[in-house]
Design a protein around this ligand. Structure first.
Ligand code: XMP
Length: 520
């Protein structure tokens, strides 16, 4: 496949680049900048001054990092970047890198300064403008700047950081030891705004309407008169991508919904209702449950199951795609975090299972990735703006192989129906308790064991249902959710009473690690 085309051209937006020194904070900074309606992009710390110039940013932010500027192999920055005349805000490690590069002194402290601390503003500063003289900020560092470089003034301090904020107004260089991007620094967003608007002169035009307009233009330009295919799963990303491309090119888009029979209750109907009836899209609903069940017959190994589902999905999609005359482009719901994770050195590797549904290399489509520049919360907001129903836009993640990875042992029609009914009850009760948005995921699992029970004087020997509910920020780690007992109780009694074939309900109290979120 050739390289992607058609994602929002960002040329019309003022851009701030966030130079990533390897901490998890870079994404948070980039999001804060966007929340201030300024476009931001994350770049690795070995970026050259020339490459920064090519990005043509109105400002640069240096992120925090896990390292000390003194350890061997500590991430460095091309010093010429400080000479470009572009405003720079250094945060934590970025503050120290700036101080060191420009002739200041960074010292290793014996004690780390970690957590909430009080910042005292000592002199007027653009980025601290209108902020109280004393305020809480969040610190997480061991090294500290003990002397600012020549030409810089120290404008704020904390008990353990004599140079907590330094600046050279003339050169428009600013450094802060604390983390303005975290919620524990309550006035952090004000500081970003001052930096973005007053120092960098950035225009706040990265709005949802603005993003949609630019994406629509970009898709039209990339596609021309050609036909475009979109694999629609009903998940947030493919749904928003489809709605956006549909807004751009209408009937030139054909959406393919491969209904493998491993969906949750009501899901296929909702896809039909939303995209077929409400949006009037060209929707091909391929009902291939039998084909998947045939492939899954007798398969109990989790990896084999995933493989069988993934391969069958691809075969079906290929067949449908081949039947659509003139289709040259394929829509993918790739998001910005995927792009960052595959592109920058210091971020963790993307998980391979997120590529399920990825298509074979010999398919000759060009990719359209309209969400490539967006974070998940932006995608949701845009979906709402485009008129997608809340149930789709705010939906909890659902794995590509569907209920197939929530049935331990063989996947059969009978077991799918049992799980689907129990899962619907779990979700209904979660919603009723107002917990749906608080939970990262909540669902039912059907294990391959049976146990003895008694119902109405009759001895039963039936399957249990496991309830799984977790909180998480990114699915890399997760905590089991402390669901109130009365909610669990309602789930339990309803599942037992309403779902034949179940005689026991358990709650999974395993976090990730050591467990994974899904059971397979
Ligand atoms: P685990 O089970 O590894 O899952 O903790 C982490 C997150 O990824 C989702 N998941 C998948 N998503 N295709 C997907 O698109 C898959 O094959 C897949 N497997 C797991 C899972 O639901 C959770 O959000």
């Amino acid at each position: 496949m050739s390289s992607p085309a058609g994602h929002a051209s960002t040329g019309d937006f003022d851009k701030v680049i966030v130079i990533d020194f390897g901490a998890q904070y870079a994404q948070l900074i980039a999001r804060r900048v966007r929340e201030a309606h300024v476009f931001s992009e994350i770049v690795p710390h070995d970026i050259t001054a020339q490459s920064v110039r090519d990005h043509d940013p109105v400002g640069i932010i240096l992120s925090g990092g896990p390292a000390s500027v003194y350890v061997e192999g500590a991430p460095e920055l091309d010093a010429e970047i400080f000479q470009l005349g572009i405003p720079i805000l250094g945060i934590c490690y970025g503050h120290q890198v700036m101080a060191q590069a420009l002739g200041g002194v960074v010292e290793s402290n014996d004690v780390a300064e970690y957590g909430r601390t009080e910042l005292t503003v000592e002199a007027g500063s653009e980025i601290l403008r209108d902020l109280p003289e004393n305020q809480d900020v969040w610190m997480s560092h061991r090294d500290a700047v003990s002397a600012a470089p020549a030409g810089f003034s120290v404008v704020a301090s904390t008990p353990d950081s004599p140079v907590a904020v330094m600046e050279s107004r003339e050169r428009r260089l600013y450094g802060v030891q604390f983390h303005p991007e975290v919620g524990h620094t309550p006035r952090g967003q004000d500081m970003f705004k001052h930096f973005l608007y007053s120092v960098c002169g950035a225009r706040p035009n990265w709005t949802h309407v603005g993003i949609i307009e630019r994406s629509v233009e970009a898709v039209r330009e990339a596609v021309g008169d050609a036909q475009v295919i979109c694999g629609l799963s009903g998940g947030v990303d493919s749904s928003v991508a489809a709605a956006l491309v549909h807004k751009a090119i209408g009937d030139q888009l054909v959406c393919v919904f491969v209904d493998h029979g491993l969906m949750r209750e009501g899901e296929a109907e909702q896809v039909e209702a939303t995209f077929g009836s409400a949006f009037h899209m060209n929707l091909i609903h391929v009902k291939v449950e039998d084909r998947f069940l045939e492939k899954l017959a007798g398969v109990t190994d989790p990896e084999e199951k995933r493989k069988a589902i993934g391969e069958t999905f691809i075969r079906v999609f290929e067949e449908v795609a081949a039947s659509i005359d003139g289709a040259q482009f394929l829509v993918q719901g790739t998001l910005y975090p995927d792009v960052i994770e595959s592109g920058t050195k210091d971020a963790a590797k993307i998980k391979s299972h997120h590529n399920v549904g990825g298509l074979p290399d010999d398919m000759t489509f060009e990719l359209i990735e309209p969400l490539r520049d967006l974070f998940k919360d932006e995608v949701r907001a845009i979906g709402e703006e485009l008129g997608l129903p809340e149930e789709i836009v705010q939906r909890q993640p659902f794995p590509g192989p569907g209920l197939g990875v929530r049935i331990v042992g063989e996947v059969t029609k009978e077991r799918l129906d049992i799980l689907r009914a129990a899962d619907a009850i779990v979700l209904e009760e979660v919603r009723r308790a107002g917990l749906y948005h608080e939970l990262w995921q909540s669902f039912a699992v059907l294990p391959a064991i049976r146990s003895v029970g008694v119902q109405g004087d009759v001895r039963t020997y039936a399957y249990p249902i496991v309830i799984r509910a977790v909180t998480s920020d990114d699915a890399m780690t997760a905590d089991w959710a402390r669901i109130p007992f009365d909610v669990l109780e309602r789930m339990s009694s309803r599942v037992i009473n309403e779902v034949p074939g179940i005689n026991r309900v358990t709650y999974d109290i395993t976090s990730k690690p050591p467990g994974t979120i899904e059971w397979e």
